[in-house]
Design a protein around this ligand. Structure first.
Ligand SMILES: Nc1ncnc2c1ncn2[C@@H]1O[C@H](COP(=O)(O)OP(=O)(O)OP(=O)(O)O)[C@@H](O)[C@H]1O
Length: 306
C-alpha cells in the first residue's frame, strides 16, 4: 500500500499534557482524504493537535499517523508531504510575493526553474499574479493570507493544515479563500483546518470534529451533527415576518406533514418556515458554551443551508 491509499489521519489513544493540564485526552480518529474541520472553543486544544499532526511538537502517549507515516518516527519523510499555515501569515513583508514564493521553493529543495514555474502557476491561481512583484508589506490581510497558503503549496503537499485560515478576514476575502480551498481539494490536496467560525466548517468540511475539554465530543457531517441536536423546527410568522411560535418536530416527512396540515387548518393566516438546527445550536449543545460573538462569521445567515 502506498501512502496515497492509507487513511489521511489515524490517531489512537493520543494524549498531550502541559504539566498537569491535560490538553488532549485519549483521542481516537480515522479520517479519509478530503476536507476536514476541527471546531472547538478557545483553548480546546485545536492548535496543539494540528502541531502534533504536522510534526511540530511531540505527543505524550498514543499513536498518530498522517498519510500512513508515524508523526514522530517518520517525521522527515512526512514533512516532505505536508504543509502547515498558521494563524498569522508567515510571509516576509520586505520581499515581493514572487520572492517569498521562490524562497519557500528553495527551502523545500526545488530547483530555481521548478520553483519559478510553480510560483507562476500558484500566484495565478490565487489571483496574485498582478501583485507578484510588489512588496508584501503593501498587500491587504486577505492577500497575505492567500500568499502564505500559495507559498505552503509550492512543494505540492498531499495534505495542508490550515490553522484558523480566515480569522480576521472580511466576508469577501473569506469567501474567496473558501473558493480556493475547494479548488485545492478538487485538485486532490487534502485539507485539515481548524476554525472558530461555525459556518466555515458547515460550508467547507466533509467531516467536522468538535473538540471540548480535551475530548472529541462529536464527529460527523454537518447534517449528522445537526441531527444530533434535534429535528427540524417549524416557525410560524405573521405578515411582517415576526416569529409567532416555534414548534419542534422529529424531522420525518410524516411528522412535518402532520404539523403543517394542523397549522393550515387551525391558523391559515400564518406563514411558515421549516428550519434545521444551526451550527451555533450544535456548538452550544455539544460544548455547553455558546460560540462567542467574535467566532461567528460576519453576516452569516441565521439558518444553515444544509
Ligand atoms: N506551550 C504551552 N505550554 C503550556 N500550555 C500550553 C502551551 N500551548 C498551549 N497551551 C495550553 O493548552 C490549551 C490548548 O491550547 P491550544 O492553543 O491548542 O487551543 P486552541 O483550541 O487552538 O485555542 P484557540 O482557539 O484559542 O487558538 C490552552 O489552555 C493553552 O493555554
Amino acid at each position: 500500500m502506498t501512502y496515497t491509499e492509507k487513511p489521511l489521519i489515524e490517531i489512537a489513544g493520543l494524549s498531550k499534557s502541559y504539566g498537569t493540564h491535560h490538553v488532549l485526552r485519549d483521542l481516537e480518529l480515522t479520517l479519509p482524504r478530503g476536507i476536514h474541520a476541527l471546531l472547538g472553543p478557545n483553548g480546546a486544544g485545536k492548535t496543539t493537535l494540528v502541531n502534533i499532526l504536522s510534526t511540530l511538537i511531540p505527543h505524550d502517549a498514543g499513536q498518530a499517523r498522517v498519510l500512513g507515516l508515524d508523526v514522530q518516527r517518520e517525521k522527515k519523510q512526512l514533512q516532505g508531504l505536508i504543509s502547515l499555515t498558521g494563524q498569522y501569515a508567515a510571509v516576509d513583508g520586505a520581499l515581493s510575493g514572487m520572492e517569498n514564493m521562490l524562497m519557500m521553493g528553495q527551502l523545500f529543495g526545488l530547483s530555481r526553474r521548478d520553483a519559478q514555474r510553480r510560483a507562476d502557476d500558484l500566484l495565478g491561481r490565487f489571483d496574485l499574479a498582478k501583485s507578484a512583484n510588489k512588496r508584501v508589506s503593501t498587500y491587504s490581510g486577505g492577500m497575505r493570507r492567500k500568499l502564505d497558503i500559495a507559498a505552503s503549496l509550492i512543494a505540492g503537499p498531499q495534505l495542508i493544515f490550515l490553522d484558523e485560515p480566515t480569522t480576521g478576514l472580511d466576508t469577501r476575502s473569506r469567501q474567496a479563500l473558501w473558493d480556493e480551498i475547494n479548488t485545492l481539494a478538487d485538485s486532490g490536496t487534502s485539507i485539515f483546518l481548524t476554525t472558530q467560525y461555525l459556518e466555515e466548517a458547515d460550508v467547507l468540511a466533509q467531516r467536522i470534529m468538535v473538540l471540548n475539554d480535551g475530548y472529541i465530543v462529536a464527529d460527523g457531517t454537518a447534517t449528522q451533527l445537526k441531527e444530533r441536536v434535534g429535528g427540524s423546527t417549524i416557525q410560524m410568522h405573521d405578515a411582517a415576518g415576526h416569529i409567532l411560535e416555534t414548534l419542534p418536530t422529529r424531522g420525518s416527512a410524516e411528522d412535518l406533514a402532520r404539523e403543517l396540515t394542523s397549522i393550515a387548518e387551525q391558523r391559515p393566516e400564518v406563514s411558515v418556515t421549516v428550519r434545521k438546527p444551526t451550527m451555533d445550536e450544535v456548538f452550544l449543545e455539544l460544548t455547553g458554551k455558546p460560540a462567542s460573538e467574535h467566532a461567528r462569521t460576519p453576516n452569516a445567515p441565521q439558518e444553515a443551508s444544509r
